[in-house]
Ligand binder design. Structure first.
Ligand code: IGP
Length: 264
């Protein structure tokens, strides 16, 4: 049983809080301190986005986070080092979030071996083509890394069943069409998407996209095993430039504590 499975087992009865941040945003040390602060303030695990120049599924907030990190020359080896540094401070699951190109450029086997050596527990690849997913999932599994698939609102029943049979760690339910970004409300129909996943697998189902408040998290926690929040964090992290790291750290800690209460 890896850290992700252990975590869901240990929090049975409530939803996991799973923030997303961009690695190296706004710089290596600030990113490390922000991630540690988020984990210390109640996050059950964290998605660490590997900054990429063409984040096609991301809205403007996360795109800006990737630009801030890349502008400082942050590259994939730096992300591995960041994960390794954080692993020294926590036993909570660390999930790499990356588009498929950086993995292919780095070398699939090298990528997963280094992610495992750095203390990573899972990977989410939103744009992996269907025909390449099994190869990546196999090599991830060989290295003890959970390959976490995404189910979209447009996924038909057959596709949901197919995805669920490959899933490990958890299934990422994308709440709405379009790109990442805070939304006024989280689409009600995602509850039926979670129910359809639960028909095919016992692997936990976590919901992301648009979640930006404790109210959203409370609603999703009624029926899902986890709540994923990204842009709402990255927008707060954007404020390091104007208000400094300490104030931003305090804001992010408070936000995490509020979301955690909502997930109870
Ligand atoms: O930013 P949001 O709307 O809170 O959604 C989570 C999202 O940030 C994170 O899981 C993610 C970041 N980039 C993605 C691309 C595709 C799917 C999911 C993601």
């Amino acid at each position: 049983m890896n850290r992700i499975e252990r975590t869901f087992k240990s929090i049975a009865g409530r939803a996991a809080l799973i923030p997303f941040v961009v690695a190296g945003d706004p710089d290596f040390d600030s990113s490390r301190r922000l991630i540690q602060g988020i984990l210390e303030s109640g996050a059950d695990m964290i998605e660490i986005g590997l900054p990429y120049s063409d984040p096609l599924a991301d809205g403007p907030v996360i795109q800006a986070g990737a630009v801030r990190s890349l502008q400082r020359g942050f590259q994939l080896p730096d992300s591995m080092r960041l994960i390794s540094d954080i692993r020294e401070q926590t036993d909570k699951p660390l999930i790499a979030f990356t588009y498929v190109n950086p993995i292919l450029q780095y070398g699939i086997r090298t990528f997963f071996e280094q992610l495992a050596a750095s203390g990573g527990d899972g990977v989410i690849v939103p744009d992996v083509p269907l025909e390449e997913a099994p190869e990546l999932a196999d090599i991830a599994r060989e290295n003890g890394i959970s390959f976490i698939p995404l189910v979209a609102p447009t996924s038909g029943d057959d596709r949901v069943r197919q995805i669920c049979t490959q899933a490990s760690g958890f299934v990422y339910c994308v709440s709405s069409l379009g790109v990442t970004g805070e939304r006024a409300s989280v689409s009600a129909h995602v509850e039926s998407l979670v129910e359809s996943i639960k028909r095919y697998t016992a692997v936990p189902a976590c919901v992301g996209f648009g979640v930006s408040s404790p109210e959203h998290a409370r609603e999703i926690s009624r029926y899902a095993d986890g709540v994923i929040v990204g842009s709402a964090y990255v927008r707060r992290i954007e404020k390091v430039a104007e208000q400094g790291l300490e104030q931003t750290l305090a804001d992010v800690r408070t936000f995490t504590a509020e979301l955690k209460i909502a997930c109870m």
